[in-house]
Every structure is written in structure tokens, then in C-alpha cells.
Ligand binder design. Structure first.
Ligand SMILES: *[C@@H]1O[C@H](CO)[C@@H](O)[C@H](O)[C@H]1NC(C)=O
Ligand SMILES: [Ca+2]
Length: 320
């Protein structure tokens, strides 16, 4: 019974997920695509600050040097209610065991304010997805670094570096993402008040879920930004590209979200780790691998039962 159910479930997931993004709409005004440069040294729709440098192939928020902060900020406020931001990035440096501090993806009321939270302002209004590569805290929390977490703020909460933000995070996951030869990808999806963060860190061209949390209320009209910082420890923090998609939504929302304060009702993360295939090919592969696994499991159970019964018969013979 169980494997049949499993196969059905996987089959369903494969073919529902394989479809995603086909109906969604890339919006250039929130995206950052190669070639970055417009006329002269400006990037259309983006401002940059701090140590940020723009080359032909990447935008380097910080170099692998101490005490740098850099950021890029979208100039166009987001009026889209359901959206997805895909960020192609790369964190790399000389440090083998010691490196830091990390980067953050922002959706906030205020923009272009340098500050202590991975290069941007604390006590912010909005959402931060924090990619923390260095553990400041030895003890209390049990997770390894790098660690990806999300924080929603209405301007009152302080991001506490000493505790790696653990008491203000709404969800998080560990993520090995440094010093790969390939680029790494993260997706921040906000749809029907559910915030989902997915990653592709192993160049699989398939998303795996970091976390998904419902009950997140974010206003429209905020700005996207990406910032990074180094301290005593350092890394190159590079952004390669940003793709923004307006997600197709069947239900038309009538509520005016432009004036609400950001809030998160639930601090309970859903942490199951599921793959979210990007292409039908990887979906089909997963499906067949799972099917073969199921067949093997069933075979092992059947053989096990047969052996057990044989064994029982033998012992019966012995007794009578
Ligand atoms: C802001 O958020 C804090 C922490 O979640 C909460 O206690 C407070 O009531 C919120 N303030 C407003 C004005 O919503
Ligand atoms: Ca940290």
C-alpha cells in the first residue's frame, strides 16, 4: 500500500511542480541581468553603495578584505502582491575555516542605508533573508554555518549578531554554499502570505526547500536590495544576477496592502526537506529513482517474509 501511495504522491509533485514559472512573468524593473551596464557607469533600476564594484561578469558587494560593506538597491518600489526573487550569487575567499560575515536579501521600506546587519540598517521595516556564513555564537543554538534564515520586522526588532539572530528568526536552514566552482542560487518566494526559501547550491538545476512559513504579511511598495559585509573575517560576496517574477495568482486580492506593517503570525517553521524540480527532466529522474527504490523496498519485504516463513516451517519440523 505504502509504496503505491508514495509513487502517487511523487508523481503528483513531479507534474505539478514541473509546470512552475511557465505562467509567471519576468519583470525587468526588479531584475538585474547581464550586461549590467546601461549608458556610462549606471545600472538600469539599481543603485549601489559602499565597496560594491561592477564588472562584466559579477557585481562584487565586498571583496575578500576586512571591514567592508556593500549593497545594491532596486530603485523601483514593488507593487506586485505575489512574487518570486531568484538570486544567483557566489561567496568565495581564501579562508578555509574562518570567513564571514555573509549577505542579506532585503524587501524593505527604506533603501540605501548602510548599517550593521550584513551591511544594511537594523530596526528595518520589512523582510530580510540572511545568509550568515560565520557563527558568532558558540553554544546555545545547534545549527552549523553557513545558515540561511528569515526575519520580519516592523521597525522595533534588533538583529542580534552575538546570537546570530536566532531569537528573531522565523525559520532557517543550514546551507553549505561557499567556495564552489559553480554559481549558487537562492529563491525567495512570497505568495498568499507564505514565504518560501529554496536553494540550488549544488548546480543540480533543481530547487530544494530551505523553509516555508505561512502567515507573513508584507506591504506592497517596498524595495528589494542585496547587501553584504565583512568584519575581522572576510569573503568575496558576488551577485551574478537577479530574476524577479510576478507570480500568476488566480484569486484577485482586493485588500490594499500599501499601508500595513510587516508582521509574522507564526514562528513555527515547516521544515520538511522536499525537492522542488526546476525542469521536468529532473522531476522524471526523481520519479524513476523513487520508483526503483520502492520496487527494491517491496522486493526486500517480500523476500524477508518468504525467508521468515521458511524459517518458521523449519522450526515447526524441528519441534514436531
Ligand atoms: C511590532 O512587532 C513586535 C514584535 O513582533 C510586536 O510585539 C509589536 O506589537 C509590533 N508593533 C506594532 C505596532 O505592530
Ligand atoms: Ca553570524
Amino acid at each position: 500500500m505504502y509504496p503505491t501511495f508514495l509513487i502517487t504522491l511523487i508523481f503528483y509533485q513531479t507534474f505539478t511542480n514541473a509546470e512552475w514559472n511557465t505562467k509567471d512573468y519576468l519583470k525587468k524593473e526588479h531584475s538585474l541581468l547581464k550586461p549590467y551596464h546601461g549608458t556610462r557607469m549606471t545600472i538600469p533600476h539599481w543603485d549601489f553603495l559602499g565597496s560594491t564594484i561592477v564588472s562584466n561578469n559579477y557585481i562584487r558587494l565586498t571583496s575578500d578584505d576586512q571591514s567592508k560593506i556593500g549593497a545594491i538597491w532596486n530603485t523601483v518600489p514593488c507593487s506586485t502582491r505575489h512574487w518570486e526573487l531568484q538570486v544567483q550569487f557566489k561567496v568565495h575567499g581564501k579562508g578555509k575555516d574562518l570567513f564571514g560575515d555573509g549577505l542579506a536579501i532585503w524587501y524593505t521600506r527604506d533603501r540605501m542605508i548602510p548599517g550593521p546587519v550584513f551591511g544594511s540598517a537594523d530596526y528595518f521595516y520589512g523582510l530580510a533573508v540572511l545568509i550568515d556564513t560565520y557563527s558568532n555564537h558558540n553554544g546555545e543554538h545547534k545549527h552549523q554555518h553557513p545558515y540561511i534564515s528569515a526575519m520580519v520586522n516592523n521597525g522595533t526588532l534588533h538583529y542580534d549578531h552575538d546570537r546570530d539572530g536566532t531569537h528573531t528568526q522565523i525559520a532557517g536552514c543550514e546551507a553549505k554554499l561557499r567556495n564552489f566552482d559553480h554559481d549558487t542560487h537562492i529563491v525567495v518566494r512570497y505568495e498568499y502570505d507564505t514565504l518560501t526559501v529554496l536553494t540550488d547550491l549544488e548546480n543540480k538545476r533543481a530547487w530544494s526547500q530551505c523553509f516555508s512559513v505561512s502567515g507573513i504579511r508584507l506591504p506592497t511598495g517596498y524595495y528589494f536590495g542585496i547587501s553584504a559585509a565583512t568584519g575581522d573575517l572576510s569573503d568575496n560576496h558576488d551577485v551574478i544576477g537577479v530574476h524577479f517574477y510576478e507570480l500568476d495568482s488566480d484569486v484577485k486580492d482586493t485588500e490594499d496592502r500599501s499601508k500595513i506593517l510587516p508582521s509574522a503570525v507564526s514562528f513555527e517553521p515547516m521544515r520538511e526537506h522536499i525537492d522542488d524540480p526546476k525542469s521536468s527532466w529532473s522531476g522524471m529522474k526523481t520519479f524513476f529513482i523513487m520508483m526503483i527504490c520502492s520496487i527494491i523496498i517491496v522486493s526486500v519485504i517480500i523476500v524477508g517474509i518468504m525467508l521468515y516463513q521458511k524459517h518458521k516451517e523449519k522450526s515447526r519440523k524441528r519441534f514436531y
